[in-house]
Design a protein around this ligand. Structure first.
Ligand code: FE2
Ligand code: FE2
Length: 187
């Protein structure tokens, strides 16, 4: 399945802009990490793009229904398992780098977008320092579990500033690609 087909599949199951935008943000961050680690950018991008495929239709059991929605797509079992691994208390261990990365960028990519939206220059010049400040601000994006943001990053073995820089650069790059298609991660 190529990106275009994956976007189509995603749009079939995800109707709200919130989840759609989040999927693109996680895609962007996964591509950035695949580049950084010399991994398969297409695969990691698709993992990000499709990780919340079943979230809207099956919020109670998400991501357990993802395999069903991915049936007949040709993705290998490891790919499907990697999507399963990002859930809370997953049955699949986060033992592969693509799983650790997916878990670490999932909430952080959207948190960074929330921070960017508060800044006049958006992603431009957005540093780890600003993200850290907002993480300490309990009233800001209060639904986001700060401990999870940190522990998932630590599990991946990356430093905070490096983590933020990688995700921001991915988001920036994706934003210009999406802008050309008339879409924006910034709403
Ligand atoms: Fe999810
Ligand atoms: Fe997600």
């Amino acid at each position: 399945m190529n990106r275009e087909e994956a976007v189509e599949l995603l749009k079939e199951h995800v109707k709200t802009d919130r989840v759609y935008r989040h999927s693109l943000a996680v895609e962007a961050a996964m591509i950035a990490y695949a580049k950084k680690f010399g991994e398969d950018t297409d695969r990691w991008g698709l993992l990000g793009l499709l990780h919340d495929l079943d979230f809207e239709k099956f919020p109670e059991v998400h991501p357990a229904k993802a395999p069903e929605l991915l049936a007949d797509t040709g993705f290998d079992q490891t790919f499907v398992d990697s999507i399963l691994s990002h859930g809370i208390d997953p049955d699949v261990p986060r033992d592969l780098m693509e799983r650790k990365a997916l878990h670490a960028v999932d909430e952080m990519a959207s948190f960074i977008i929330a921070v960017a939206l508060m800044r006049p220059t958006k992603f431009e010049g957005l540093k780890a320092k600003s993200v850290k400040k907002k993480m300490k601000d309990k009233a800001f994006a209060r639904a986001v579990n700060r401990e999870e943001l940190v522990s998932s990053m630590e599990d991946m073995g990356v430093e905070f500033a490096d983590h933020i820089d990688t995700i921001v650069s991915g988001l920036k790059e994706h934003e210009s690609m999406l802008n050309e298609q008339g879409y924006s991660l910034l709403g």
